[in-house]
Design a protein around this ligand. Sequence first.
Ligand SMILES: C[S@@+](CC[C@H](N)C(=O)[O-])C[C@H]1O[C@@H](n2cnc3c(N)ncnc32)[C@H](O)[C@@H]1O
Length: 274
Amino acid sequence: MGLGKRKLVFKNETVESAVLEASVADWYPHMLKALKEISRGIRSRITLKKPLRRRYYDENYKMSLRQWLIRHQKEIVFDKVTWMGMPVWKNILDAWIYQEIIYEIKPDVIIEIGSRYGGSTLYLANLLDLLDKGIVISIDKDRSVYHLEHDRVKVLTGSSSDPAIISEVDRLCKGKSALVIQDGAHHKEQVLEDLENYSKFVGINSYFIVEDGIVDLFHPGDGLGFDQDGPLKATEAFLRRHSDFICDKSRERYLLTYNPGGFLKRISKKEAGQ
Ligand SMILES: C[S@@+](CC[C@H](N)C(=O)[O-])C[C@H]1O[C@@H](n2cnc3c(N)ncnc32)[C@H](O)[C@@H]1O
């Protein structure tokens, strides 16, 4: 079949028909090749309309909350979170919630169990600076990397279970309302012991915040899991025994918390027999 000279027009792309006076069998492969080239051209124009930057965000937005938490744990929390230049091992969405709680309850004392570098301690002290009231009691058994000096911070060095430490906290908290943040050891027994020893300092409407219950919701090996019972198991056991505390889920509203089940609010005085 004779075709004569033709121009093929496809979405504003023009190609010369590859053959003259050829049979279908002759021109068909050329036609296919030409169509493929055109479609490649169209694809590359689509790519240009969607720049690299946009594709980067599209990929990120496909991430699940679970994937975000693992990525945060593996790549961010231990060396890329700082407060005023000092390392802080926190999810900043939790740190923001602490700020909201501290502003609302205006505690006389914040007891921090586990300070590490002191970045989180400075954060708490600076929030109290803004309120112009209160002290932070920093309890840690290891001061080798802690270098903070701040007028509002009382440093107690030793185990949170040490009776001498607890009695010093008792002295400092006399007649005062405290907020407690437990970020020391994370295995269930120690968390429960800290809850039992320090919950008595928490004022009504104030909180005992237990950090890192998230480890109980992941599995060992997936980057966030623990190979034993952790903080969440401890808070569950504590709440079964203490009706003067409730778990305040509203403090988990940003979803991406490291402290699931960990915002324990004191709602009443301790009942006799508890
Ligand atoms: C996770 S780090 C604290 C991180 C810090 N709160 C922050 O946000 O940057 C845990 C700290 O708790 C301390 N620690 C662990 N068990 C403890 C205990 N039973 N008593 C006192 N300190 C403890 C460790 O020495 C360590 O410095």
